[in-house]
Design a protein around this ligand. Structure first.
Ligand SMILES: NCc1[nH]cc(CCC(=O)O)c1CC(=O)O
Length: 308
């Protein structure tokens, strides 16, 4: 039989390329006799990176072209940051593997200050995430939050340019790009909850492609899957889209999964936070249960106001 070939459709951003390269290397390590090729593509989302995403249709823009390539048989898999993966998949495609999670925390990045606590009154912090903004504002109402877009390198360049006193990024992206020396400090989940799925990479492929699915299977990481399933289930039940003031973070201890979640007003004036604990086998149910708890405490009104 001929040697199997897997073609990875990927965006061209450095982080996307790193993640595709990571999956390529792992596949080659595990299956000596395999050829893995990268198919870098430009997506609509990359072309309009400077437009506020909420206005142009959201993160789905980054995956559409990759999905079309898989459906047309030009590529076999796509590698995604789990926090950017929409809830629904096109017919014929599914997220079949979740890899081991990198550090899920947010990182505080600054050339002048070591932590949020050290920031002087009225300091300017860059982030375009409503989740980061609302938790930061609740903690430090004096800070001025300014929009910050672009890929990781662009964001760091804007900080270095003096546009901000500090910026907040996902630690995982910096670590993967060997930029962890830029992390002034990690923001603990107790201070600011990460986004659902942050730090985890998932692999999408054709649902009926049994050969590819069995080649991918060894990359699956059970514990990460339970955690991300719980976090995503919470978001799904809250009908959280991609640009939402929602944080979710699951941890596992033995068979026990604990999940914390919050919904906040973007200006930080209101934050609803709660948690649930249960068996990890019930990850999805736990996520839904936590969403119900948050909804019963008023999360719906906050989210409706954001989507309006
Ligand atoms: N929204 C963009 C995005 N998608 C995934 C990551 C980082 C890596 C990850 O969370 O796995 C980032 C950058 C950031 O938020 O700083």
């Amino acid at each position: 039989m001929s040697q199997p070939v897997i073609r990875i459709a990927t965006r061209k951003s450095p982080l996307a390329m790193w993640q595709a390269e990571y999956v390529k290397q792992r596949l080659e390590q595990i299956h000596g006799d395999i050829t893995v090729e990268l198919l870098p593509m430009s997506t609509k989302g990359d072309v309009i990176l400077d437009t506020p995403l909420a206005k142009v249709g959201g993160k789905g823009l980054f995956v559409k072209e990759l999905e079309v390539a898989m459906l047309e048989g030009r590529a076999d898999i796509a590698v995604h940051s789990m926090k950017d993966v929409p809830v629904e998949f096109p017919e014929g495609l599914g997220l079949h593997v979740i890899c081991e999670r990198e550090d899920p925390r947010d990182a505080f990045v600054s050339n002048s200050y070591k932590s949020i606590d050290e920031l002087p009154q009225g300091a300017i912090v860059g982030t375009s995430s409503l989740r980061r903004q609302c938790q930061l504002r609740a903690l430090r109402p004096d800070l001025e939050i300014r929009d910050l877009r672009g890929n990781v390198g662009t964001r760091l360049a804007k900080l270095d340019n003096g546009d901000y006193d500090a910026i907040i990024l996902a630690a995982a992206g910096l670590i993967r790009l060997e930029l962890s020396s830029r992390i002034a400090s990690f923001i603990e989940p107790e201070v600011s909850l990460p986004a659902n799925g942050q730090g985890a990479v998932g692999i999408e492929c054709r649902t009926d492609d049994e050969q590819v699915k069995s080649l991918l299977a060894p990359l699956e990481h059970q514990e990460t899957r339970y955690r991300v399933l719980a976090e995503r289930a919470m978001n799904t039940r809250l009908e959280g889209g991609c640009q939402v003031p929602i944080g979710a973070f699951a941890q596992i201890d033995g068979d026990q999964l604990s999940l914390r979640g919050l919904v906040g007003a973007p200006d930080g004036s209101q934050i609803i936070a709660d948690s649930v604990v249960g068996n990890k086998q019930q990850a999805v149910e736990l996520g839904e249960e936590l969403a119900e708890k948050l909804l019963s405490q008023g999360a719906k009104a906050i989210l409706d106001a954001v989507y309006k």
